[in-house]
Ligand binder design. Structure first.
Ligand code: ATP
Ligand code: LTN
Length: 333
């Protein structure tokens, strides 16, 4: 990229609301580092979003450090990417409120994540859970973001962020850049191992359904051995074989082999051998991430220095957008 052209901006976020899964890894974080060289990249630990579901304070604090350490363990260099914690940059909450006033009740009511999470947390359907997408729009729009790498489950929120940005621009003239999603087609939705028609989710209470990035090799092997498949024993990718297809997707992501190659490799060999191979590939692929995580998490002072520098850098950009927004709206000073 020539020095004359301005770098495009990438933004994404992960909630520190649980242990991160291979869905988070393959669908989102693993793709983040591909932008580090040629883009201005902001990767955020979205703790304000996490409290839309009740969190135990000590766990939230621990997971905030862990999510930052995992970003780095998955290949994000703190010198090449702005890595920060959402609540350290007050403009997120500030713009979040403002965008609440440009986001329609009807739009928010249609969000499938809201419907799913209110069903799951029926004792705590708070206003934050409802307005969550307006805060996510604020995250993205504050940095004049061009590209947002996420899994497919975030597509609807991203479209809402675009609609809100266009609405604001139309009322007040150009203020926000309109972001595009970057959704990896191969790994946009990793499914639960126990219920392969449902998304693998870090908040799933069934630990056997979910492979965590930091699981031990033994745990990974055990979970894949137990993964739900179907009654025939043919390793073939097909809509009517969601369990096997999900395992093939995971195997492809960790080995780089094509679906055809995988079908040929396991032709006539049955599910037992296939599941062992998926487990091995996944455990081998995650081993370096885990080793690097262990090293980083032991150095809290370093993690704090990274988040402090990241917040200062993010603040600088966020402040510019906010002063533009305030002026356009008609706020004094
Ligand atoms: P929760 O279970 O608490 O809703 P989550 O596992 O969906 O959380 P998020 O923090 O909401 O995790 O998501 C972080 C990123 O990981 C998002 O970009 C999301 O699209 C992606 N992601 C999450 N689960 C998967 C999955 N199963 N397959 C692909 N991408 C995923
Ligand atoms: N809602 C996202 C997390 C998130 C995010 C963002 C992703 C919050 N703000 C901005 C991309 C851009 C989720 O993964 N559930």
């Amino acid at each position: 990229m020539s020095e004359m052209t301005e770098k495009k901006t990438v933004f994404s976020g992960v909630q520190p609301s649980g242990n991160l899964t291979i869905g988070n890894y393959l669908g989102a974080i693993k793709n983040f580092s591909r932008f580090s060289e040629e883009y201005k990249t902001f990767y955020c630990v979205v703790d304000l979003h996490a409290i839309t579901v009740r969190q135990v304070p000590a766990e939230l604090r621990r997971r905030t450090y862990e999510t930052l350490a995992l970003y780095m363990a998955c290949g994000l260099d703190a010198d090449k990417n702005t890595l920060f914690v959402q609540s350290h940059v007050p403009q997120h909450a500030e713009l979040g409120w403002i965008l609440d006033c440009y986001t329609m009740f009807g739009e928010l009511s249609r969000m499938t994540q809201f419907k799913d999470k209110s069903a799951k947390h029926s004792q705590n359907i708070n206003a934050g859970l409802f307005t969550y997408p307006a805060l996510m729009a604020a995250d993205i729009l504050l940095y004049q973001t061009d590209i947002v790498p996420v899994g497919i489950d975030q597509k609807q929120h991203l479209e809402l962020a675009r609609d809100v940005a266009m609405r604001f621009n139309q009322i007040y003239s150009d203020t926000f850049r309109i972001p595009e999603g970057y959704i990896p087609t191969d790994t946009m939705k990793i499914m639960s191992l126990a219920e392969p028609t449902a998304k693998m989710s870090k908040s799933d209470p069934n630990q056997n359904a979910v492979v965590y990035i930091l699981d031990s090799k033994d745990d990974i092997m055990r979970k894949f051995k137990r993964a739900v498949t179907d009654s025939d024993s043919v390793v073939r990718y097909s809509e009517d074989k969601p369990g096997v297809s999900n395992l093939m997707t995971i195997y492809r992501a960790f080995t780089g082999k094509s679906l055809d190659e995988i079908e040929r490799e396991f032709d006539g060999r049955g599910y037992g051998e296939f599941k062992l191979a998926v487990g091995e590939a996944c455990a081998d692929g995650l081993a370096p991430v885990r080793a690097e995580f262990d090293r980083l998490i032991a150095d809290k002072a370093y993690l704090e220095a990274v988040m402090k520098k990241g917040a200062e850098d993010a603040y600088h950009t966020a402040r510019k957008t906010m002063s533009k927004v305030r002026r356009k709206i008609g706020f004094v000073g």
